[in-house]
Design a protein around this ligand. Structure first.
Ligand code: SAM
Ligand code: SF4
Ligand code: F3S
Length: 452
């Protein structure tokens, strides 16, 4: 789709939030590329600056205001006029209301309106003024648009959009709409096409992939999808996120039996207290979660488990928090994202009073981080003095002589660049690393054998 107005214009895109938003950004870039635009690395060089926003926690909101305001002091671009666009979850939530605080924004597009970005930008260049489109109800359409991938060896593949779960603290269902699964055939075809062009690793994306297909077939078909995607020849499959209440035995079987499904599972627990889980509307208890972990470990003994945990949910007591600590100790996560509860207007939890002082919450948060770190350190010791296949992503930010990549368990791995190779030759290759150091957040060692 060439556009005479947009053709030749430069754009800069910055993304906040989750993988779903990052993938949406790839769709926006794909659309602009197809209009003849060119991506640049700095907002100062860009005719079009796009912010793909997140509102899951308050901090993400605040950052947007800072970034948009800083655009005001940029020098004018070569074309004379710069258009500022805001997409993603804040745009969907606030729509035109964003203009109250951000007077320099020209275009606002919601999570389900990505297909209209080019026409909105064109209108902003031609007519000036504000152009807003947030009314579309589901974002299924964006998943079938062209996309621009940063890497040619791995890719995100959205399998569904939206969320039906309404956890009491979470804004996502309000800004992303209800669950909408992509067609089974389209997903498998997309992965087949990716394999054909050399992609080796995919991550299947959805807010709750375990319920994939419920809206299409009346029953979830995620296990079947894993098997079908596994038959395409793709070498590594990850997926995120999984809601514990919907993780079925047949999915655990597929994970154990499909060789390409990597031994890694992100299973957000949020709290170790059944009382808090009930207030969170998570629809499982501590005991049910732990029983699920046992089932998963029975089938895939050395699986790397990761999770999300919220500290400071309104009314969480010391006793509740200690339940979370003991659950984290018992599970021994390889990785965890820990968050301090952030009140989100419009969610049910926002109406619950919380007498807990902030410093108590911070102190609990730090205790949890320590338990998570100890667990991750202990988990990584399993791989010390073993050979781990690393998919090379590039070099370490701190040391350009060291390769950086990921293990099948999604651990970060480092190793010196082997003699006779350049980094560019190795990006996207799998190299075996003989691990001689296992730390909390990485493994490191020496490359052995030949890259493949
Ligand atoms: N659908 C995913 C799941 O349930 O596993 C989670 C997606 S959400 C974008 C990522 C994480 O943000 C959640 O798992 C939760 O831990 C955290 N989160 C969501 N709302 C929050 C809030 N109001 N305050 C703090 N953390 C929050
Ligand atoms: Fe938010 Fe819960 Fe949906 Fe995850 S499952 S996106 S935490 S409402
Ligand atoms: Fe944020 Fe929206 Fe993702 S609120 S975490 S970008 S779904």
């Amino acid at each position: 789709m060439q556009s005479s107005v947009l053709s030749g214009k430069t754009y800069f895109i910055r993304t906040f939030g989750c993988q779903m938003n990052m993938h949406d950004s790839e769709r926006v870039s794909g659309l602009l590329d197809s209009c003849g635009c060119l991506e640049v690395a700095e907002p100062a060089e860009a005719d079009i600056v796009i912010f793909m926003t997140c509102c899951v926690r308050e901090a993400a909101d605040t950052r947007l205001y800072g970034q948009c305001s800083s655009c005001k002091s940029l020098p004018a671009p070569p074309g004379g006029k710069r258009v500022i666009a805001v997409g993603g979850c804040i745009a969907q939530r606030d729509g035109a209301g964003l203009l109250t605080n951000l007077d320099n924004v020209d275009v606002i597009f919601g999570t389900a309106s990505i297909a209209h970005v080019a026409e909105l930008l064109e209108q902003a260049f031609v007519e000036g003024g504000h152009h807003i489109r947030c009314e579309e109800k589901d974002s299924g359409a964006a998943t079938d648009m062209p996309w621009h991938r940063a890497e040619n060896y791995r890719a995100w593949v959205p399998i569904m959009t939206g969320c039906n779960n309404f956890c009491s603290y979470c804004i996502v269902p309000y800004v992303r709409g209800r669950e909408k699964s992509r067609s089974f055939e389209k997903i498998v075809d997309e992965v087949t096409g990716l394999v054909r062009i050399g992609v080796r690793e995919i991550t299947l994306l959805g807010q709750n992939v375990n319920s994939y297909g419920r809206d299409l077939f009346g029953t979830p078909r995620f296990a079947e999808l894993l098997r079908a995607v596994g038959d395409t020849g793709i070498e590594r499959i990850f997926f995120t996120s999984s809601h514990p209440k919907d993780l079925l035995p047949e999915t655990i079987d597929a994970m154990a039996e499909v060789p390409a499904v990597m031994p890694q599972l992100h299973l957000a627990v949020q709290s170790g207290s059944s009382r808090i889980l009930k207030l969170m509307n998570r629809r499982y208890t501590r005991e049910q979660y732990l029983a699920l972990i046992d089932q998963v470990r029975e089938r895939i003994p050395d699986i790397a488990l990761s999770t999300d945990i919220i500290v400071g949910f309104p009314g969480e007591t010391e006793e509740d928090f200690e339940q979370t600590l003991s659950l984290a100790e018992q599970v021994g996560y390889a990785h965890a994202f820990t968050f301090i509860y952030s009140k989100r207007a419009g969610t049910p939890a926002a109406t619950i009073e919380d007498p807990t002082p902030r410093d108590v919450i911070l102190e609990r948060f730090n205790r949890l981080v320590k338990v998570i770190e100890d667990g991750a350190y202990a988990y990584n010791q399993h791989d010390l003095h073993t050979v781990v296949p690393m998919l090379v992503e590039g070099t370490s930010k701190k040391d350009a002589t060291r390769l950086l990549g990921k293990s099948p368990k999604n651990q970060t791995v480092h190793a010196p660049i082997p003699e006779g190779y350049t980094v560019d030759e190795l990006i996207g290759k799998i190299v075996d690393v003989d691990v001689d150091r296992a730390r909390t957040w990485y493994l490191s060692g020496t490359v052995v054998g030949s890259p493949r």
